[in-house]
Ligand binder design. Structure first.
Ligand code: ATP
Ligand code: MG
Length: 328
């Protein structure tokens, strides 16, 4: 049976990129595999965080995932730092990884620019922790957005290096990247990926945004000169609006273009997109309000999730230890 593992950082409110790129796949695939979903709070520490805000964000993120349809009867949901083996395996992997391969990671290059002057070791080592997350659970499939593809490739490479040196301990995981919505761009700048950690009230559409906020963000989205409604790399603004439309409506590129063939301009596309997003996100928003009223239950669920996955993580970490020759 396939094992699906994926994670999300509690670095800010979940946006439609996270939803269409990752979470929607987690929810729809729940009947077809063993599912393990992780709030990767140790990853969040690679950039400065306020401790109280981080703690609140962990609970909010967990509640959003449940509201989106992660079903505790089918999937394990837990907090990374509650399972110590993630840190442990990271160390072992750091002893097979090369500095050069970590330095080539796009996410490291982008995020380290924002930490100019003092780039933290954790930001550099991030992909090792992510590889540990995935490898601990003998994961076969990792549903993620396109930006994480490079990290999964690195994970495979590290697993292969380890297996070649010490014997077949790790399963090689495959990325699972959706056909639509794998890379939603910022509304304020369609050449940059929509991200939780980017500031600006019109950068992202958060899944919990009230309808009025969604309307303002979409209507203010940066578009291009011209009025043709088609997917075109030279027109990142309208291409992004169409990408969001395709992800939310489940249409193909050709269908989306045909749908807007009679539109008079970008304004028409935006108006329709507002309605579509408000309706698509409505059930999530309503379910969130119910679940958020009972944070103790969400917390218990996270504890139960960690208890359930810990033995799997322990078994893999022990196998890695034995293979490397450490331990008493
Ligand atoms: P941060 O800015 O803190 O890195 P993020 O928005 O990039 O936040 P992550 O927690 O790093 O979110 O990633 C969670 C999941 O969402 C990953 O699978 C990632 O590939 C996916 N994802 C993130 N941003 C986008 C996006 N703009 N479009 C599609 N998928 C995305
Ligand atoms: Mg990210």
């Amino acid at each position: 049976r396939p094992v699906v593992f994926s994670g999300i950082q509690p670095t800010g409110s979940i946006h439609i990129g996270n939803y269409f790129g990752a979470i929607k796949q987690w929810v729809t695939g729940q009947d077809d595999a063993e599912n393990i979903f992780c709030l990767v709070d140790m990853h969040a520490l690679t950039v400065p965080q306020d401790p109280a805000a981080l703690r609140a964000q962990i609970l909010e993120t967990a509640t959003v995932l449940l509201a989106a349809g992660i079903d505790p009867a089918k999937s394990r949901l837990f907090v990374q730092s509650d399972v110590r083996e993630h840190g442990e395996l990271t160390w072992y992997l750091s002893c097979v990884a090369a500095m050069g391969q970590l330095g080539r990671m796009t996410q490291y290059k982008e995020k380290s620019e924002a930490q100019r002057g003092e780039v933290r070791v954790g930001l550099f080592a991030y992909p090792l922790l992510m590889a540990a997350d995935i490898l601990l659970y003998r994961t076969t499939h990792v549903p993620v957005g396109e930006d994480q593809k490079q990290h999964i490739e690195l994970t495979r490479d590290l697993a292969q290096r380890f297996n070649a040196a010490y014997g077949g301990v790790f399963v090689l995981p495959e990325p699972a990247i959706p056909a639509a919505g794998a890379r939603i761009m910022g509304l304020d700048d369609p050449t940059k990926k929509m991200s939780k950690s980017v500031a600006g009230s019109y950068h992202a559409i958060r899944v919990l945004d009230p309808p009025e906020q969604i309307r303002k963000a979409v209507m203010s989205a940066q578009t291009d000169s011209g009025r043709e409604i088609r997917i075109d790399p030279a027109r990142p603004g309208v291409t992004n609006l169409l990408a969001i439309y395709m992800a939310a409506s489940g249409t193909s590129a050709a269908e989306a273009e045909a749908h807007f063939a009679g539109a008079r301009g970008y304004g028409d596309v935006k108006k329709e997109l507002v309605d579509l997003l408000v309706e698509t996100l409505r059930p999530l928003r309503e379910r969130y309000a119910e679940l958020a009223a009972d944070p103790a239950t969400v917390h218990e669920l996270l504890c139960a999730g960690a208890d359930a996955v810990r033995p799997i993580a322990r078994a893999t970490a022990d196998a890695a230890k034995r293979a490397m020759g450490v331990g008493s």
